[in-house]
Design a protein around this ligand. Structure first.
Ligand code: ZN
Length: 686
């Protein structure tokens, strides 16, 4: 591993922060923290922390000795000085005389001694940093260090690799006990450059930011060199089928299986969003003959267990053309996984029955022949699980190269998974109404479609936006942010629709809500209109809805967790307008289509509903149409839009979007039409 330290970058950062009153020590602490945090072989999703001991003025202007230590919620890769809150050093050090300190009391003491009480919580490893005498302290969960220490004889290997350069600290759970144990090991040989926390990670330290950082790189490199000497390889299983089923077909089966039925009678599910990863290294790992052994030992460093649980689910390789058998096999291995999780909880919970068992569903799924999936309550959470799973592949592959992977024992991992501070968070963060779901919206680059995409996203849904204007869909998706996906798709072209649904399955694992919205208004007096006009309108205003709904039902049935189909009908579907036959006829057919789906897929828990909107100015009318109509009546286009309804209110795209969300949130409603037209009695359904 090469040092990325660059003197001129470091000086530039010190000069930059000096302008805002940030001292040189803290500025350089920010610089090297970012260097560490931007290398995934060292730091991944909060798995690491850094500190510097310096002085700062307190509220009275008195220079005070402080420890600036990484705060929770900050990513080391792009940390700012505010992400390293200052804690009074003397007060922290005084705690070292205590025999014991609970995690809750430790957090209280850390907060109590913050120079600025509005700072984030200092890292759980703060006291360890405080009890070491060195000015700069760096901590990472280096994959190479984990690979050599996650071994049955990890201590012996590390002793041989590091000799006098680093001392070894036997595994102790992070918290006050580790904060006392590690500095005690340091005090016994203070000439060391670092501490190897067996089966957990590595600390290095120095008098300057550069010294601590360069020592991290040097000690990690020693571990890498030891791994390079290994000759072990993962033996590939002969059981992988020659033709593996495509990702887009496999993902919905897994996603459906991973959705916990939270209330069978109500048909409600605690779903997960998936994120797929693959590479040559990942396929070699999931295709290994010994996968069942090395993948089931536990996480590579204990704090991963909070994100991924201790073990991934391993499913059989999905052979092309055998998805029915695959689905049955997934259900069977998952049932075993869930039973094993309940046993694990019962086994370690012991007499302290006050702990709450977490949901038993896996967060990582390994699929031989294909790759791995991360699962989570959102695309973000799934991405974190997938990142950690990818990192695990690297560590275990390296560990098997020099020996056999063996992490911390299960009982210790249980203590971290059921850590009291994590348990205290349970049930406190309320999820949004459509969290854990995925919605696909057609015609999403503008008007009702764009408003609908925003409305679903703001309810916590992951969204896939389809539009003939792919650039427009991408732009709206970027505006929504997060994992929102914009795709080019002409919904009148069947293979494009299929490709878009496949893409949604590949990116999120499947989908739960489909808003078939794309449409356009064709006009013509029915007795005279050209056949091509009518057929073109039927292509977009009827057949495209059918093609979208067919694909939706295919994915929803593969998942087996119900779903919601939502159609944008129109008041034209029930109340014909002069010269609007070419628009109204296919819309009437689409309204009927919605009911046909409600009838035929109710038994699968799939609901089908429509929204009838009227006079929404969303650009579906030909240019100048509204202006012309308004002018005829001596009105502005806005007045014209308001004048035609009972409430005299303009119907906006957001109003229609709200109706789609409401229908998605109505578990007992199917075959319905919701009218959003400000009141139009001639179009009222009977
Ligand atoms: Zn750590």
């Amino acid at each position: 591993m090469k040092s990325q330290w660059n003197d001129s970058d470091a000086e530039a950062m010190a000069a930059h922060y000096a302008q805002t009153g940030v001292g040189r020590d803290l500025a350089l602490r920010v610089y090297s923290t970012r260097l560490l945090g931007s290398d995934r072989r060292l730091v991944l999703h909060g798995g690491g922390n850094t500190s510097v001991k310096t002085t700062m003025p307190d509220a009275l202007g008195k220079e005070t000795q402080v420890l600036c230590v990484k705060g929770s919620g900050w990513d080391m890769g792009d940390i700012e000085p505010a992400g390293l809150p200052a804690v009074r050093l003397e007060a922290l050090r005084a705690l070292r005389s205590l025999e014991a300190l609970s995690d809750e009391d430790m957090v209280k003491q850390q907060r109590l001694n913050l120079l600025d009480p509005s700072s984030p919580n200092p890292s759980v490893e703060t006291l360890l940093h405080a009890f070491l005498p060195n000015t700069f302290v760096d901590h990472t969960h280096s994959t190479a260090v984990l690979a050599i220490s996650d071994q049955p004889d990890g201590a012996a290997i590390c002793a041989e690799v590091y000799g006098e350069r680093a001392s070894l600290v036997p595994y102790v759970m992070p918290g006050f006990d580790l904060a006392k144990a590690a500095p005690a090991v340091y005090d016994a040989s203070p000439a060391v450059e670092g501490l190897i926390l067996l089966k957990h990670g590595i600390f290095t330290f120095g008098e300057t930011a550069r010294e601590a950082y360069e020592r991290m790189i040097a000690l990690v490199t020693l571990a890498e060199e030891r791994i390079a000497k290994g000759t072990g390889t993962l033996i590939q299983s002969s059981a992988i089928p020659a033709q593996v089923a495509p990702l887009a077909a496999v993902a919905p089966i897994l996603r459906g299986a991973l959705a916990e039925c939270s209330d069978g009678a109500e048909g409600s599910y605690r779903r997960q969003v998936l994120e797929f990863r693959t590479s040559e290294a990942i396929r070699a790992y999931v295709g290994g003959e010994d996968l069942a052994r090395y993948s089931q030992q536990g996480v590579v460093t204990p704090d991963h267990t909070i994100r991924t649980k201790n073990r991934p689910l391993v499913v059989p390789a999905p052979a092309q053309g055998s998805l029915v058998e695959f689905k049955a096999a997934v259900e069977s291995v998952l049932a075993q996984y869930v039973a094993a999780y309940h046993d694990y909880f019962a086994r370690h919970n012991g007499a302290e029955a006050e702990r709450t068992e977490l949901d038993p569903m896996p967060r990582v799924v390994l699929v031989p022949g294909l790759g791995l999936f991360g699962a989570g309550a959102s695309a973000r959470g799934a991405g974190v699980a997938a990142d950690i799973a990818g990192n695990t592949v690297d560590v275990i592959t390296d560990a098997e190269r020099i020996g056999a992977f063996q992490p911390v024992p299960e009982a210790d991992l249980f203590d971290v998974e059921y850590w009291s501070l994590e348990q205290a968070k349970l049930g406190k963060a309320a999820e949004k109404a459509l969290a854990r779901q995925v919605a696909l919206i057609t015609g999403a680059a503008s008007g009702i479609g764009a408003a609908t995409a925003h409305a679903f996203a703001s309810e916590g849904c992951e969204v896939v936006l389809l539009d003939r204007d792919g650039g427009g869909a991408e732009k709206i998706a970027r505006g929504i942010g997060g994992a929102a996906l914009g795709l080019e798709c002409d919904v009148t072209v069947r293979h494009q629709v299929r490709a878009a649904f496949d893409r949604a399955c590949e990116v999120f694992g499947g989908l739960d809500i489909v808003v078939s919205n794309a449409g356009a208004a064709w006009q013509g007096k029915i007795g005279e209109v050209a056949d091509e006009v009518l057929r073109a309108s039927f292509e977009l205003n009827f057949f495209a809805h059918q093609s979208v709904a067919q694909n939706a039902v295919w994915v929803m049935r593969a998942q087996g967790t119900g779903g919601a189909l939502l159609f944008n009908a129109s008041k034209q579907a029930v109340n014909p307008g002069l010269d609007f036959g070419p628009y109204g006829l296919p819309k009437a057919a689409t309204l009927f289509l919605s009911r046909q789906y409600a009838l035929e897929y109710g038994e699968d828990g799939i609901r089908s509903n429509a929204v009838n909107a009227d006079r929404v100015n969303t650009g579906i009318f030909a240019d100048g149409f509204l202006e012309e109509r308004a002018q005829k009546r001596g009105l502005t286009p806005e007045e014209y839009l308001r004048s035609g309804n009972l409430l005299k209110r303009e119907v906006k795209p957001e109003d229609v979007a709200r109706a789609f969300v409401d229908l998605a949130l109505s578990p007992k409603t199917t075959g319905a039409v919701l009218t959003v037209d400000g009141g139009n009695i001639a179009a009222a359904l009977r």
